[in-house]
Design a protein around this ligand. Structure first.
Ligand SMILES: Cc1cc2nc3c(=O)[nH]c(=O)nc-3n(C[C@H](O)[C@H](O)[C@H](O)COP(=O)(O)OP(=O)(O)OC[C@H]3O[C@@H](n4cnc5c(N)ncnc54)[C@H](O)[C@@H]3O)c2cc1C
Length: 218
């Protein structure tokens, strides 16, 4: 971290950016810097990157043709969040508020539907017996079931994210091996398909490892 003091410059306030920071940002006199809002509420100062469009074209291997930047750039970090509790007094979390999956395994929406289904089933059965639809036992069961259904996948997704954002050689070798195993090994392919396309009663999803085992040994 590097601190700069806000000083009066004429009738305005300003800061002097240290030379080494400018060098790291690769900007010099006359160039423009942009303030962008980060997800955590902080404000970032970023340089305009003239080569941004070219870099994007290269990243997409020219598959999308010529690209051009048409707006300011904003960073939206893709993160996963998993709260300690899903419920409180007469209160339950669903969707991303409950299980904020990293999008890399494409499960956030599915798990959102799962949570809604588990909760609404529990509430409907409570109502059918005249019980309180937000009684603590019901909410505790919902929390337990949703945690059991989602925690293994959340942790697996976290591990995958770590692996695929690590550019060191062992990680690169491991992910190549994982991709080869995913396409070559049938049981693994079945396990992946199972993870992406479960149908039927949502309560069966509350035993994910059992379902996975069944899919592999089928
Ligand atoms: C890049 C990316 C790719 C994804 N791909 C997949 C995929 O392939 N498959 C999959 O299953 N899932 C995927 N997801 C996840 C999926 O989009 C989310 O899990 C899902 O949209 C969550 O739905 P939600 O209703 O819980 O939350 P959201 O869709 O985030 O809805 C919350 C809403 O609340 C509003 N809001 C927030 N704060 C307030 C407030 N204070 N007052 C009023 N309104 C407020 C927000 O504006 C928003 O409209 C992906 C997510 C991302 C980011």
């Amino acid at each position: 971290m590097q601190a700069v003091k806000i000083r009066k410059i004429g009738n305005s306030l300003g800061v002097v950016i240290p030379k080494e920071v400018l060098a790291r940002m690769k900007v010099g006199e006359g160039e423009t810097l942009y303030f962008t809002d980060a997800l955590d509420g902080s404000v970032r100062l970023t340089p305009v990157d003239e080569e941004f469009a070219a870099q994007m074209e290269q990243h997409f291997r020219q598959r999308l043709g010529r690209m051009r930047l048409t707006s300011t750039r904003h960073a939206y970090p893709l993160v996963g969040v998993y709260p300690r509790y899903f419920v409180a007094e007469r209160f339950a979390l669903v969707g991303d508020a409950a299980v904020g999956m990293h999008p890399v395994t494409a499960h956030g929406f599915n798990l959102g539907l799962l949570g809604q289904d588990l909760l609404s089933r529990a509430m409907l059965s409570a109502r059918a017996t005249g019980a309180d639809i937000a009684n603590p036992a019901l909410l505790a069961t919902y929390q337990r079931e949703l945690r059991r259904a989602t925690r293994p996948l959340y942790l697996a997704t976290y591990a995958i994210t770590r692996l695929y954002t690590d550019d060191r050689l062992p990680a690169r070798v491991l992910r190549r091996a994982a991709l080869a195993a995913g396409t070559g090994l049938r049981p693994l392919r079945r396990a992946m398909l199972h993870g992406l396309s479960q149908a039927g009663d949502s309560r069966s999803a509350t035993f994910p490892l059992l379902g996975l085992l069944k899919a592999i040994t089928r």
